[in-house]
Structures are given as C-alpha cells and as structure tokens.
Design a protein around this ligand. Sequence first.
Ligand SMILES: [Ca+2]
Length: 498
Amino acid sequence: MCSNGTWNPPGVSSTTSAPAPGGAPAPIPAKAGCTGTDPYARLPNVIGSCVSGSWIPVPREAGVSSASASIPPPLPPPPVGITMNPAVKFQTINGWEASLPSSLTSASAMTEAQWSSLLDLAVNEMGVNRLRLDVASGTEGPNGTGYAIVNDNADPNVIDPAGFNWTTLDQRIDRVILPWRQRVLARQETPYINLQYVDKANSSFEHYANPQEYAEFMVAVFQHLRTKYGFVPDAIEVIHQPNEVNGWRTPANIANVILATAARLQAAGFGVPDFIGPSTSTAGAASTFIDQINAVPAAMALVKEIGYHRSGGTTALPNDISNIALRGTQLGKRTAMLEYRADPAAPTSGPNYAMLHEDLSVGRSSVWQQGVLADKNSCVGQWTRLNNGAAELCPTSKLTRQYTKYVRPGASRVQATGNSTFEPLAFVNADGRHVVVVKAATGGAISISGLPPGVYGVYSTESGGANVTTNWSNVTVAPGQPVSARIPSAGVITVYKR
Ligand SMILES: [Ca+2]
C-alpha cells in the first residue's frame, strides 16, 4: 500500500517502522491518502505517485514518489567531544557560602515550617556548607550593632564582659546558624563558619588603629561562642570591603590585626582560624591589597584564603580575576568569590551561573557565595525563597545547583576540554566520585570521555524561560567508553557518579 510516499506490504506503515540507525532523517509525514493500489504499476515506463490524494504517473527511472522526493532534513551535528583528564589538578573546593543578615529578618516573618523547608533546600539541594556570620564592629559597646565602637576599657589585655552586647550576634546564631549547622552535620559534612568583621563608619575609637584592640575583640567573640554554643568560627574574614572604609584602606593595618589576633587567640587556648582577605568590594582592587599585605610575610602566612567581592560591574573582570588567581597560585592560597552586590530593583542582576563558571575557571575559586541563604520573597542575590508561601529554589539557583549539588568540599577541580560552545568543568570528589558540569551556549549533544566505569546520573537546567530542570536516565559507563548526553537548549548539563 502507499504510505508516506513509500510502497509497503499490506498492514505495514512506514510511519510505524523504527528509525534507521545512525541518525537517519525522521519519516516524512504521510500526504493525503490514495485509495487502492498503484494503477500504473503494470506499465513498463511509469510508476504511480500519490499527490494530493490522486495517483499520477511519473517516470519509472525516478523510482520514487513525490513524497520521498522531498529534500530530507539535515542530519543533527555530531556530539561535541569533551575529554576529562583527572591527572591535571587545579584548585580544591572548600564549599558554597551564603550570607545571613536578611535571612534573619525574613525568618522572623515566616512560620517555622516555612523556614525549615528553606533551610532544607539550601543545605540538601544547593549544598550550602559555609555561612558568613557578620559581626558588626559596634558589638563592642552598648548597642550590639552598628559601627559606633565604644572601648570596653583602656586595657586591650583585659576584657570587660559588660562592654560587649551580643544580642544581634546571638540572634543570628540562634535563628540561622544553629538550624543550618544541624542540617550540614546530618549529612555527614563539616559546617564552616566564616566570621566577617564589618565596620562601615568611623567612630572616635577604632579597632584598626590598635591591633591589640581588634585582637581582644576577636578573643571576646570566640570566648562568647565557645561558652554559649560550644563551637567557634573556622575563619575570620578580617574586614568587609576595606577599600571603602577610612582607616582600613591601609593594607598594613590588615596585616597587623591578623598577626595580633592569631597570637591572642592562641594565648587564649584557641586554634588559629583561617584568615580571609582582602575582601575588597571589587575584584580590581584586590591585587594591590594582596601585594601590600604580602609585604608583611608573617601575616600573609596566616592568610588561608584570598577572598574577593566582585561588585562594581563586569568591566575588565576576567583580567582582575585572573590576577587574583595568579596570586593565589604563587602564594599557595585558595581563592574565593565571597560577595556580589546585586541591584535589588533588577531581579536578573544577581550572581548567576556564568559568573560561577568564570570564578571557578578563571578565578580558580575554591569557594563561591551566591548571596543570602533564604529570603521571604526576593530572588536577586538569594539561594532560596518563599513563593506564595511555599519554599523554592530561586530561579538562578536551579542553574547554580548544576555546579554545587554534587561538587562537595574536598573535591579537586581537574582538567576537561570542550569547545567555546560547550565549556566543561570537571571535578573529582574526595570520595572519588567524578562530576562533569558543562555550560552550553546552545542545545546539543555531548560525548564525555575519561570517566571511570560506573553508573552516572544526568540532569540539565535550561537557562531560558522557566529554567526547566530535567532529570535524564542514568547512564552506565563501561571501561573506556564515553558518556553521551544532550541538553535541549542553552544552559548547564551535569553528569555525576551515583
Ligand atoms: Ca579591654
């Protein structure tokens, strides 16, 4: 019978036959049907062709009917080859950080169940294992917040407990740090608390002017936390955006408070925390600060993490970030993108997966902060939010999750090559599980070589429209065999060892 322009035995339709192997074009949809058999079949020089429901004679030499004479669609392009080479290692991932203050405000305005759901998403879906606990300089003084510092007494070696007000710090710990920490521990990971000192205004007494007073402040914070909560920060981010604050603009002051604080914490029975700096507001301002802190080698020896904030737009950022990465490599420090200031009025102005990809690759970042842990409703620089009362990932988080969920602290970033359209980043987790994340500028197919045998999960999120996430079927990799996967349109696709 005539079906889809092809002669088939009765009962068989070409539209139901399996597609030919090797990516042959899909069957052409059937034209308006012809009744009966080809009336020209017995003639020597012609053959019937079904056109608009009628049989017409066409030369037999053509051997084709009008339908199959149509030009077939082009074959899809072959998959883009991506090769992973775990022998070439770059940075070690420390984790994914969130900041806190507006989380606290939001937490006060929602139910326990809502807050709990947001924390579950942030920890278990996004993999947030670091929190930045801001402590305002004005915690020393009667207010407990703000930046007007009142010295507890004139002796930097004697703490007067009545000279500190812990109200705000404790609220942050009680409402955010504790439930977050509990969730991280529950998944057998180590919560990492980054205590960031913030001083945005001048007052008559300043910690930067006397390193021993800064050190005493930190000893007071650590003693308070140890006594009340039983844990202390893992890191001190020495000063938030020093390039924007009088006094802190002098990098030598940063070096001096690091030296004093390390000594005083040790004398008080604490380990030396990871010092993080310079945390300038722009990536461009960071390198000069790093170089000048490095003029005090004993201080630089205590800096474990070169933190940078990437506010101030994107102009010339790749150079600024590669300059930071270079210093990290030369000095043996990890680098970290720890803040991006979005415009609250522009929902798409926040940190996004393209920045994350750049910070991980060009910046060799070991840490990346997307922004606020959880928010009542906003999604500019947040990980999670409420939408009509229900907890959900922020739209941009669906894309950054492609990087953060399965790449865990201790993972090594390793070499992977693709092309400018399908840019891979590859990781080997501390437990040996491999993860390949591919940023795709268009939809298409990829073929990843270099993965050990095993069962791999595949999921993708498309960057257009509703940021649709698709979980694809597992792929079993035989020894030496590549993994094939595809993403329908631009976005990020992740292949991870199960
Ligand atoms: Ca004192």
